[in-house]
Ligand binder design. Structure first.
Ligand code: BDR
Ligand code: CA
Length: 315
């Protein structure tokens, strides 16, 4: 385990599990968060931006929040209101106005400015569609070398959740995902193989509710709402709800609680049935050099302990 704070930019589309990812980022004390940028995905850009501001205001995090692209590179936006509700963060009540305001500089430019001015390399953690990151890479290719790693939630080795083959974040903007996976930047991919094991059950939710702070109560309300979908639509998970997005952050500070393999991954952009899938060459059939560390297993208890201890430090 490293002890130095890891400099990160968090690119997210809150989203219940994105919200918990943000709480983990600040509560763990292990990240130097340079900025939060918002992607359109679980809801429209306007709503994910507002949700990020609400969560950061709740936990008292004073960090620049930049509005990202409004839609995927070449496609219409698909949202996940069937999971995250009409606001994108249904469940808890938030004050009428967040305490934080968005920063006037747009996300893609902000990422470029931060990397340009940083003496050290920065890790980017995307937990929504990859539009902002791909547009950034296309616009500022010379800044690639300032990125330490991209640790993302998306894809899967063996299954999808929005189509049989595709996971939501990659499916929303497959062309953006292709740009990222072809970039040559080291990638950690937390796909559905691992995130469907990062489960939270009713008894876990009660522990967050009784944690003794406002963050715990809001977290429980978020998980209550999020669980409705999982209990109805994912009976295979036995009542558990998948905390996808915090995995992409947790694996940076506690790699020992995850298992993965370096693989060559390519993105299907033109499939008849499989557009948006991650084609993971797990057994190296193509004899290509790996471009991603594909995580597929997790110590769930250790992960929940990390979340609990981190969120407990927040207001
Ligand atoms: C991903 O899709 C979104 O709904 C979640 O926030 C997560 O990032 C899971 O497929
Ligand atoms: Ca997300």
């Amino acid at each position: 385990m490293t002890t130095e704070k890891i400099p990160v930019i968090l690119d997210c589309d809150p989203g219940h599990d994105d919200a918990i990812m943000l709480m983990l980022a600040f509560g763990s004390g292990r990240f130097d968060v340079k900025a939060v940028t918002t992607s359109a995905g679980n809801q429209t850009q306007e709503k994910t931006l507002r949700n990020a501001l609400n969560i950061l205001s709740l936990i008292g995090a004073n960090v620049p929040v930049h509005r990202g692209c409004d839609k995927p590179m070449f496609r219409d936006l698909i949202i996940a209101d069937h999971v995250h509700g009409a606001t994108g963060l249904d469940g808890p009540e938030f004050p009428p106005e967040p305490a934080l305001n968005p920063h006037p500089v747009p996300a893609v430019q902000a990422i470029a400015d931060i990397l340009t001015n940083s003496p050290e390399k920065i890790t980017i953690v995307p937990t929504g569609p990859l539009t902002n990151i791909a547009v950034f890479l296309l616009a500022y290719p010379h800044l690639k070398s300032k990125i330490e790693r991209i640790s993302l939630m998306g894809g899967g080795i063996s299954r999808g959740n929005i189509t049989p083959a595709a996971e939501f974040n990659i499916f929303v903007d497959p062309e953006a995902a292709a740009v990222v996976f072809e970039s040559g930047i080291p990638i950690t991919m937390c796909g559905l193989d691992v995130t469907h094991k990062a489960l939270v059950f009713e008894e876990d939710i009660q522990r967050f509710r009784n944690m003794g702070n406002q963050t715990g109560k809001v977290t429980a309300a978020l998980m209550d709402f999020f669980s409705i979908y999982y209990r109805q639509e994912r009976p295979e998970l036995n009542g558990g709800a998948a905390l996808h997005d915090p995995c992409a952050l947790a694996c940076l500070i506690h790699p020992e609680i995850f298992h993965g393999k370096n693989c060559f991954v390519r993105i299907e952009t033109q499939g008849r049935y499989t557009t948006g899938s991650t084609d993971v060459d797990f057994f190296n059939a193509l004899k290509q050099p790996p471009n991603a560390h594909v995580i597929y297993d997790i110590d769930r208890e250790a992960f929940l302990k990390l979340l609990y201890n981190s969120l407990k430090t927040l207001p």
